[in-house]
Design a binder for this molecule. Sequence first.
Ligand SMILES: Cc1cc2nc3c(=O)[nH]c(=O)nc-3n(C[C@H](O)[C@H](O)[C@H](O)COP(=O)(O)O)c2cc1C
Length: 353
Amino acid sequence: MLEWMLAIGGLQLDVPVVQAALSGYSDLPMRRVARRHGAAYTLNEVVLDQLVLTRGKKQRAITRVAADDHPVGGQLMGAEPEAFARAADALVEAGYDCIDINFGCPVRKVLGRCRGGFLLSRPDDALAIVRSVYGAVAGRRPVTVKMRRGMDDSPASERAFFTILDAAFDLGVAAVTIHGRTVKQRYQGHSDWSFLARVKTHVGDRVVLGSGDLFAAEDCVRMLDTTGVNGVAVARGCIGNPWIFSEARALLAGLPLPPPPTVAQQGETIAQHFGWSVETHGEARAGRIMRKFGIKYSELHPFAGEVRAAFIAVKTTADWQAVLARWYDPTRDWPPGIRRTGPGHLIAAGATL
Ligand SMILES: Cc1cc2nc3c(=O)[nH]c(=O)nc-3n(C[C@H](O)[C@H](O)[C@H](O)COP(=O)(O)O)c2cc1C
């Protein structure tokens, strides 16, 4: 097991499998669920530097880090180095264990505002942000960067990628996570794992995490084995399937893949996730937020189609309890759970982010 440890600066992780930043998903309840199922480290969804710096409800929510939510990374997006650095400092003060800089978001509005993936086409601007953030938090927390493999497939884009990558490490960044799709690609086609292998060979001992198309525990092991990356960041593959973390742990420890979670185990996790969501967001918001999780959880159920339809129909907490009582009744003799191996139904979110 030791050979699989992952260090991100001072953060020592006992397994190289982490939960990626997921906008609209990786809130405190999801991070708790992921951690409880074996994720070594989790990231909050990307937040705008301005949101951290502007007093209000959203700022209070972002800067509230729970005692049982460690180690947790705070990911930031912005365009202006000084504001970015002040936001990073605020996240450190709030208790985040790592500051992650987003150079990957492909949403059109974000690109139009010169943030996220746009910065992959502007190495000088991207590196000004890295320098500024590193200056603000170095010595207190590790700084990491999340990148796609470029803006597009052009040689100029690839040159810009490597310029940012090398200089970011030279500036002191502790690790870089690379999603093997281009910004232009969004979620079309595959994540290019051969690019991850090239990057890892290029950077030598420096720490690289890979991202893209990790839908099952075997994918995590395969990415580690075939690309040489130091760690993997599970994204769509853990929404509604936190068992991917315990399964990856088993495989990395040389154990056989455990059977898929039983319906009773699924029900217990969903109920806990729902409870944490109500606690964090209040009942009305939790209902809305949990609906999309329920739809993803349903894919593991032996009656996936019916359960999915039931989750789509839920509106109130009472509806939730009714779906859990009917479809996850632990006293019933259910067929075995289903193992998820692909992206499943996440078209709407995946298409925009
Ligand atoms: C709904 C959704 C939200 C995402 N939000 C973020 C985000 O906030 N920050 C980030 O760096 N990447 C974000 N990503 C990208 C993922 O972290 C990951 O790099 C990408 O989904 C590729 O991995 P996958 O193919 O295994 O899903 C998001 C992806 C999806 C589908």
